[in-house]
Design a protein around this ligand. Sequence first.
Ligand SMILES: Nc1ncnc2c1ncn2[C@@H]1O[C@H](COP(=O)(O)OP(=O)(O)OP(=O)(O)O)[C@@H](O)[C@H]1O
Length: 252
Amino acid sequence: MTDAQVVLSCRSLRRDFGGFTAVNNVDLDVRHAQIHALIGPNGAGKTTVFNLLTKFLQPTSGTVTLLGEDITKTDPARVARMGLVRSFQISAVFPHLSVLDNVRVALQRPGGLATQFWRPLTSLNALNAKAAELLESVGLGGDLATVAADLSYGRKRVLEIATTLALEPKVLLLDEPMAGMGQEDVTVIADLIREVARSRAVLMVEHNLSVVADLCHEVTVLQRGEILAAGDYATVSRDPQVRVAYMGTEHD
Ligand SMILES: Nc1ncnc2c1ncn2[C@@H]1O[C@H](COP(=O)(O)OP(=O)(O)OP(=O)(O)O)[C@@H](O)[C@H]1O
């Protein structure tokens, strides 16, 4: 479909839980500067695939490759340091810290831009400029002193994405970034994801199909742990099997 560089891929990925196969024979190619959606009904295996790619779960069989390196047996911390970063939901934000402090903390995490733990506390101020710049770039420049808990739901999500950007991901995995949002916030987050994906790959699980249609270059549909269809949204949404999986019918 495109020649863009593949930065994250898996082949024949499988994960069994006891006698139950949650993910089977999954091949994915996630490309630089593209947004790739992983969709499918509840229980299709999306979260398990995310866990396998980030190495929170070990595959039963198959391989995972990041930036040309086989990471099938690599531990999750190293995978994160290599640039595969997963954005968790809003709980990842410290509610009682200011917006600026949330990003300063993120900048100091292992893999963040600044990891000089041995420096005195006052040197944290040196991070202010970097944190402010990052927050400016995501549209939170006017909220540096706001306590995170006081942000609107949508802006909390923007902050949460900003804290993951502090880790300078090469591949960003987003788990239902639009969950629980009204249309106004969906538009803000969609614009942010589009911007973020200009310089990195994004793989996202998303239930909102109009967001997927609008935002994603490539769509992989999972059902019962296996790939049902893959391609651009127009192709995938025309697929009779996908229509049955989503709507229980092939008809409009
Ligand atoms: N640790 C586990 N032990 C046993 N079964 C599991 C485990 N984790 C997931 N499963 C099963 O694997 C299947 C896929 O689950 P998964 O959470 O990956 O689906 P999903 O597509 O993310 O679903 P949802 O959209 O509801 O979040 C489900 O049937 C689930 O019950």
